[in-house]
Ligand binder design. Structure first.
Ligand SMILES: [Zn+2]
Ligand SMILES: [Zn+2]
Length: 263
């Protein structure tokens, strides 16, 4: 089985400190492509560096400013470095960006403006968006719709919304990506969503080092653990994990523009 981890943070010290080991474990688990998401300017630059350094390991980058860090952007204005980095062929998406009303680390209007600017950049460059949403699904989907984000499409990463939110995202041509919470015992509502998302619109991710899936819950997460996400979703959909893995592989290739020769 060839697996994709569609969202991880090898650009964080929890993983970068032992990166060679982390990448070896990923490969041994069958994870052949990994997307490293930036969350502020330095981590976006680091994502690009990693994608260039570890081409043979299938590392790719997304560049963006997380809603937590939007406050560093005056008036929500995103740094010009993002657009410059995004021209690189190893940068396959813009993000992570979005809205996070759980922590409210940045003022909501600044988060919104920053999000709109990411959408604008993604449309201009013809690259998909990596969208982070927490306790702001209605608002985030309203912005995506209002900005006609179906022009760039993208993925709602670490999806934790309701089915009605998934439907709206799917209508805009967005993919739905599931992370560790889909394996948690109390997440039966989320698993029901994972069972219903069309197979050709579904992605799997770790969001490591956060949110380790069962049975590693509470520990530091890493891309190799994405196998548990595939198993949980395959079980709830009652299909072999290999069938799910191949579908996700094709989905990610379609969304991020990966071709057969890309490792
Ligand atoms: Zn996120
Ligand atoms: Zn993330």
């Amino acid at each position: 089985m060839r697996l994709v981890d569609s969202h991880c943070h090898l650009n964080m010290k929890e993983l970068s400190a032992t990166l060679e080991t982390v990448l070896r474990s990923a490969r041994e688990a069958g994870v052949l492509r990994l997307l490293v998401a930036g969350f502020d300017e330095p981590s976006s630059g680091e994502a690009v560096n990693l994608a260039k350094k570890y081409t043979g390991e299938g590392v790719f980058a997304a560049v963006g400013i997380h809603p937590h860090d939007a406050k560093a952007c005056p008036g929500g204005e995103i740094p010009g470095s993002l657009a410059a980095w995004a021209l690189d062929g190893r940068v396959v998406a813009i993000g992570e960006t979005g809205l996070d009303f759980h922590y409210d680390h940045s003022p909501r209007e600044v988060q919104g403006e920053c999000f709109r600017q990411h959408i604008d950049l993604a449309v201009k460059l013809g690259k998909p968006l990596v969208v982070h949403v927490r306790e702001a699904y209605d608002e985030a989907l309203e912005i995506l719709r209002g900005e006609n984000a179906d022009r760039c499409r993208g993925v709602i990463h670490c999806f934790a919304g309701e089915w009605r939110h998934a439907v709206k995202a799917l209508d805009l041509g967005f993919f739905i990506s599931f992370a560790g919470p889909v394996t948690f015992p109390r997440s039966s509502a989320l698993r029901e969503v994972a069972a219903k998302v069309p197979l050709d619109c579904l992605l799997c991710e770790t969001d490591s080092p956060y949110l380790a899936p069962q049975p590693w819950r509470g520990k530091s997460n890493q891309p190799a653990y994405v196998t548990a996400i595939y198993e949980a979703i395959a079980a709830v959909r009652k299909i072999p994990a290999a069938e799910l893995a191949e579908a996700v592989w094709q989905n990610a290739a379609r969304l991020f523009g990966w071709e057969a020769g890309d490792v």
